[in-house]
Design a protein around this ligand. Sequence first.
Ligand code: HEM
Length: 538
Amino acid sequence: GTPEPVSPTGQDTGADPLRDAQGGEHLTTAHGARRSDTDHSLKAGRRGPVLLQDHHFREKVSHFDHERIPERVVHARGAGAHGVFRGYGTAERISAAHVFKKDVETPVFVRFSTVLGSRGSADLARDTRGFATKFYTAEGTWDLVGNNIPVFFIQDAIKFPDVVHAAKPHPDREIPQAQSAHDTFWDFVSLHTEAQHHTIWNMSDRGIPRSYRTMEGFGVHTFRLVDDDGRSVLVKFHWKPKLGVHSVLWEEALLANGADPDVHRRDLADAIEAGAFPEWELGVQVFEDNEEQMFRGIDLLDPTKIVPEELAPVEPIGLMTLNRNPSNYFAETEQVAFNPNNLVRGIDVTNDPLLQGRLFSYLDTQLSRLGGPNWTQLPINRPHAPVNDMLRDGMHQTAVHTGVAPYHPNSLDGNNPFPADEPARPFIDVPAPVAGSVKERGAPVSFEDHFTQARLFWLSMSDVEKEHIARAYAFELGKCWEQAVKERQLQALANIDEKLCAAVAQSLGLPAPKPTVKHGRIAPSPALSQVGGQWPLD
Ligand code: HEM
């Protein structure tokens, strides 16, 4: 897992960049000049003013002054671990990706996170959890940047700034730090009812996981796998924890946050240190890559919808084991830069409008978070595959590029053009057909069904789980000031389930509205009609 001791130019430096940066025996300045005293500044006389010429003082304090980098605009709080992914070989028939080949072992780095809280916020906030995995494959880096909830709040990335502005702390008092228990959040999700499905998962026990080790992970979007002959299928990725899925009670979450706000990062690090390496099986639900991109009536391009596992089983394709803690939080967990654009031969994206927007956003944000375009040279982000990208210069460039002709083909540099048999296994672009006119800002009709799957989730819960969900809504909505916001969210709950709505309304001391959609009939999911036209658990 530790990046190879290779310089950005590709030469072996013999040094481990993560460990040897300060390996000298003597105290020195950043320029290697030895110093004997780092405790007293240079003064004109023992009681005199500090001298401008005390470079050691200025260098030390100035570097400290610039130690912080911007925290992530979302997912600021996280914990990471190194590990290995071993392919079962079961995905070889549908994907050319080297990482899926039987018994191929690929180093990985995983970062788990909360979404809303700042870097120093508490781990057990009721929130979605990020589950981002960097696979350092022999054919380039693949990032699977997922969450522990299989659906998302919005269907189009253009609304991402809006939902995050609504969910982050209020702009006046910067409260609350990590919970979405406030008016703007409930205002947003009750007005943009596509968010109701994700929200009910948040209000369930899934929103307060016991440990990162007991969380599922989901790629959320539908992706494409492509074989060596260019044939493609659509897939949804699932991580299944070997320890099972477990949560805490809300009262336990409150206690844990007070007593040990680091509860999840401590749990992960302690388990790995004790040799209890957490494991997840990676699996895929596989669908035909047809023109409609639908499966039994469920729109595979709508990130607010799941495909029930009863309709499309999750087929295991490999095992991930996390077996090594980072040695430096900043260099690894903070500087790691995930990006859904990091794809390799055999894995590709679809037209899901949320995913398409993410393809822009991550690279863009990292330009400011990591200070320029050269963060792939940071040890944690370096690919474990040979690189010849023809990129040059820029802020924080540490490579010394050779040659005069960074273009292809050229007749001047020895290493260009590429060898005749290269690239041997290039990225495969699927020739997917595109139709339609440019002037279209709307969404497909299938994106208009906002309640069917939220209701499906509610009805699949046990009585105890249902009680937890109703209490969570009552607690969180109880924090809102605006009566109109509470009433509008109650309307959304009535559209999910009248009993759920009645329970929450009673706790809030408000009347329960009647549903404005007909359960299971308004925009019913044909997937459900195909299993008998009934709600499975009614
Ligand atoms: C960060 C997941 C949607 C923008 C993250 C991280 C995860 C994640 C896990 C943290 C990565 C880490 O640990 O460093 C998801 C999922 C989404 C989603 C599963 C939907 C299915 C979006 C959308 C946008 C977006 C629609 C923008 C249009 C960002 C940004 C960061 C981030 C800017 C910070 C990245 C950084 O600073 O390195 N997301 N996200 N995300 N996400 Fe998303």
